[in-house]
Ligand binder design. Structure first.
Ligand code: X90
Length: 276
């Protein structure tokens, strides 16, 4: 049996160790150019350019055809998508799974709506890998993943909701919360996989403390934390230290956001996935 994990690029992972892994890019369109969110993208330079030019970009999710191409050659596929509450990528993956299973009758594709994005998708991908290495069968992993998702969470602290507002993903009222210089807004992925606001802070230091408090409120007890940052490695590292002060054995990993999450989390943004 040929197993594969396929996720859209909002997972921030272009590659992954373990089972065969393929990332399906979302695309950023800016100034008449298409920037697929692939390993070839210079994310930092694109984000800095959009900022410097005060420009507006738009994004598009992969098509069902893109997902099918990523499935090809595999008989057992775990397809992990960004929240269906935020993007059409989940619907595209479901259509692709249906077509692929008709075309390849022995193949099985399990589509997972992360109801989240970035680092929470990363946690799911790592878990599938761990269970696969432990020899669990496909159906068993599918059942276990649905249970695991009840124990993972996503928080984000951003300085701007501009791009999410432009894309119609947050209301004008929510966008205004982050509109004041220096203010950080802390949000959580709601159970429906949409943006929900938790609090506002006047400095990054307070925001980091706020993130940590919110993590504990959501059951964090020293387990896995995956932090993705948009041009803010310092902030991500400070959050790691804060967590380690209380939970010295915490399993923390810091990664830069790739294109899609960078564009929406915007400069300074932190996205945190954890289990608890
Ligand atoms: O289909 C598309 O073009 C993509 C649209 C995606 C819009 C949302 C991206 C969010 C990225 C920002 C904070 C995390 C919010 C997560 C809530 C579930 C990251």
């Amino acid at each position: 049996m040929n197993y594969r994990i396929v996720s859209d690029s909002s997972s921030n992972l272009y590659t992954s160790k373990g089972i065969d892994y393929v990332s399906v890019p979302l695309t950023i369109y800016y100034n008449g150019n298409a920037y697929p969110d692939t390993a070839g993208l210079d994310t930092v330079s694109l984000i800095e350019t959009i900022h410097a030019e005060k420009g507006a970009a738009r994004t598009a999710c992969p098509s069902a055809g893109d997902w099918i191409s990523a499935f090809e050659g595999a008989d057992r596929v775990f397809a992990i998508t960004m929240s269906s509450g935020m993007s059409g990528t989940y619907n595209a993956a479901c259509t692709a799974a249906k077509i692929y299973m008709e075309q390849v009758p022995d193949a099985k594709v399990f589509v997972i709506d992360s109801l989240s994005t970035g680092p929470e998708m990363q946690l799911i991908i790592e878990k599938i890998n761990a269970w696969y290495s432990a020899g669990l069968r496909f159906e068993r992993i599918c059942r276990c993943i649905s249970l695991y998702q009840k124990h993972t969470h996503l928080l984000y602290a951003v300085e701007s909701f501009n791009n999410l507002y432009r894309a119609g993903r947050v209301s004008a009222a929510v966008a205004k919360l982050a509109g004041i210089l220096g203010i950080r807004v802390l949000g959580i992925a709601s159970p429906q996989g949409t943006i929900s606001i938790v609090n506002r802070f006047r400095s990054e230091k307070k925001a980091l403390q706020g993130i940590f408090e919110e993590m504990k409120k959501n059951g964090y007890r020293g387990g896995k934390v995956r932090i993705s940052h948009c041009i803010n490695e310092d902030g991500a590292n400070r959050l790691s230290s804060l967590i380690r002060r209380e939970f010295p054995r915490a399993l923390i990993d810091v990664l830069p956001c790739t294109g899609l999450c960078s564009y929406y989390a915007d400069r300074g943004g932190l996205i945190i996935g954890f289990d608890g």
